[in-house]
Design a binder for this molecule. Sequence first.
Ligand code: KIV
Ligand code: ZN
Length: 393
Amino acid sequence: MTATIPSDKDRVIIFDTTLRDGEQCPGATMTFEEKLEVASLLDAMGVDVIEAGFPIASDGDFAAVHEIAKRAKNAVICGLSRAGAKDIDRCAEAIRPAKQGRIHTFLSTSPVHMKYKLQMDAEQVYQLVISAVTRARNHTDNVEWSSEDGTRTEFDFLCKCVEAAIKAGATTINIPDTVGYSVPEEYYDLFKRVRENVPNSDKAVFSVHCHDDLGMAVANSLAGIRGGARQIECTVNGIGERAGNTALEEVVMAMRVRNDKLPFWNKIDTTMLTRASKVVSAATSFPVQYNKAIVGRNAFAHESGIHQDGMLKNAETYEIMRPESVGVKQTSLVMGKHSGRHAFVHKLEEMGYKLGQNQLEDAFVRFKALADRKKEIYDEDIEALVDQEIAQS
Ligand code: KIV
Ligand code: ZN
């Protein structure tokens, strides 16, 4: 069988915004040192673009972006800025030391944002898109423009702004689902239609940026990629404003595991995903939910007897990816009241016990009785139970 060579047109740029949108969620503030640690891990993991902060927001944010820009070995270092000249210039200054730097400038384009937030009419917004991108382009040739609240923007106006941004020199066009309102079919269509309608749309890379208010950020992001976008903006553990952003580990593994349906590739070293999750969780003090896809502590744990029995016969019965592929040492068969005899015997073997048939039967009965009383069974519990069984027989 000949291996398929991945083509550049199917490559998806992974743009991580843990240090910007991720840090923006209440309680997730990171120290300067923590930001450097996270950035260095993202860089080593193969993230293409690191959005390191919002330089105008504070001196601390500026300093972190500046230092990350100095240290990054491979990734493009990006700073966020609104559309004003001061914002853009401050951002340019922050990313200056980077081997490769990007200015990401954004402006709201939806009726509700223009009317209430910006208090500007469409023509003013349109002119500001052009001046912001032009100013950013005078600093660097790597400029991203985002239409904030893009999914609630009137279609023709969105196309008009995207066209103007590309003409002014934007090399990446991001259409965010800022409030997590879209559904996959709609987001897919949006990218397809915008790319078909905007002249010279092939001059820019299109990008997805989804929030998880309806729990569809990952599905929407992948739909946008099928619609022609080639950059995913995401965060480790999916942290971010309100319900969070697209989880990096989930989109990356979805493209690996279901490459038959999602024939796209990215450069992430997936064996570093679990470590990245732990580092970000420690830095932000945000716990990772137990059942979180890919990196939750139960993602490769099995307790039911039927599942454990299947796993002991062949891991493919209940696992669609190997734990090692995401940096987890091994599957864990958690001993509890749902565990069966097969898993119990396996556990005893692992712990170095060899029991006779009667001893084993007795020990298993005692184990089940204990598991009914106790939520978690540790190795020490099994040790005590078996030692007692041996002593009595
Ligand atoms: O959600 C959003 O619209 C954003 C933009 C600043 C890109 O985070
Ligand atoms: Zn966002």
